[in-house]
Design a binder for this molecule. Sequence first.
Ligand code: FMN
Ligand code: SF4
Length: 575
Amino acid sequence: MSERVIPIATPQADATSRTQGGAPSDCPVDGLALDEVRRLLGDVSQHPDLLIEHLHAIQDHVGHLSAAHLAVLAHEMGLAQTEVFEVASFYHHFDFVKEGETAPATLTVRVCDGLACEMAGARELLARLPRLLGGDVRLIASPCLGHCEHAPAVAVGRNPVSPAHVEAVTAAVAAGATRPPPQSLCDYIDYAAYRAAGGYRLLAECTSGKRDAESVIRALEESGLRGPGGAGLPAARKWRNVLAEPGPRLMVVNIDQGEPGTFSDRVLLERDPHRLLEGVLIAAWAVDIERIYIHVRDDYLGCREILANEIESLLLELPLSGLPPIHLRRSAGAYICGEESAMIESIEGKRGLPRHRPPYVAQVGLFGRPTLEQNVETLYWVRDIVEKGAAWFTSHGRRERKGFRSFSVSGRVKKTGVVLAPAGVTARELIEEYCGGMAEGEVFKGYLPGGASGGILPASKADIPLDFGTLESEGCFIGSAAIVVLSDKDDMKDVALNLLRFFEDESCGQCTPCRVGTEKAVALMNEPRWDEALLADLVRVMGDASICGLGQAAMNPVRMVLKHFREDLTGGDMP
Ligand SMILES: Cc1cc2nc3c(=O)[nH]c(=O)nc-3n(C[C@H](O)[C@H](O)[C@H](O)COP(=O)(O)O)c2cc1C
Ligand code: SF4
């Protein structure tokens, strides 16, 4: 797994790849590094599950990770050096510097080269920036940053720069912008405002015995609420499954959203973080959860700070006796950690490798305990559904579909952003009614109905209701409800290649069909003429034999280009 470093006019710029070469041979414990790490970590727990948190702490302070730091950390945590190295080298956001290598520049600028950003000129931006960024700056082409509505998205340090044009980037670099407070990013509903509008009343009714868990779970059941994290499992069924397992039970809130084109979790959190937190606490109460882990994507710096502040206010203000403690965890940059079992491995302080199933995480999950893992939006709806009733939720929807979906819309429309729309809305309606139509001069050609993995459909199929189960007959799925709108300016071969490059970079490498298959597919797709027979073979093998959803769905873009966009394959010369 690697990010691509773009050479710029600084000697440190290209000396950072942490995945080249093997683990350092066992390194002696250096006295100075030991003092530094002890000072940094203080008397915080040395339990192995905190390894990633500690690596972040060291890197935030030093700017990178050295062999000496890893050796000291292994020593302090009672781990083998190889265990620490394999974790430090797995995640995109850790910069491991080997003996004799130069440390990376103090400031990193990331330019997203995900699909929406590439369509909006990320490549041109990457080509222009090296001449403009002075000083000690490293420029990196990054996988999707989760800011697709501002494409091409750029982060200076961990801070998104918006709007992303060259002046904004160079101004932020000149100002050494590393950590603006979250309030500068958004104006969200804080604890006081949420309480004043009736927030946490439902939770109080639950914990005081005015409501029982069964009635809350039944409301969810009647609403038909299904998790939008990807698999679309009914929320109530998951709650019941975990509740049926012996305690102690744990809960994981999945905020590691990394599917290209998807940014809804961030926008929901930047608006109303307590709506999520109340949903989390109600779920934890109903399922009798002992501990809650909220795993937040590293690129969502603002969200993490908002959550940290608001959880603190919540604990100060609200008597939460009997409710479980909340642990906020920071991811380290790996799309695969959005997959629930890979996330669990990551929270346990390991590489994010998906687990084989069964057993399911509801049975054997985090630290071997039954675990309720849920997406942000699922929990976001809990308060409204229980307070207003399942009938309120199901009264929304088009074409017999029920409820709402938060669609992340990006690409060639006038207004990009998160659109709250009834389930069953069509892509054409989203574009016309919610996004102001196609952008000036663009002719609607096709769309991704479910992010990078959900397939690609032509404009002629833009009247299909968007929901779980409605796209499968077309070989697609709604997944994270990320709609990327494509126009006549977009060559579908390039679109598919961009998506496959993402999967190649993000494959965790655990299983051969996905590790080798994604690499082979990218090589084949780079050829002027696609070898359709070989690609069709890869579609079959990867779909059948990959361990997890990443490898199983990675070839969907190829499949759909072969099926629907043959004119792009032949450059207009139909055979
Ligand atoms: C490759 C891959 C990436 C995923 N990424 C996410 C993600 O970013 N957010 C998410 O909630 N679920 C993601 N999922 C789905 C999770 O595994 C899990 O089903 C989900 O978090 C459960 O929550 P829900 O039932 O509330 O949707 C991903 C799955 C796969 C296979
Ligand atoms: S399918 Fe890909 S991402 Fe999933 S376990 Fe296999 S190698 Fe890892």
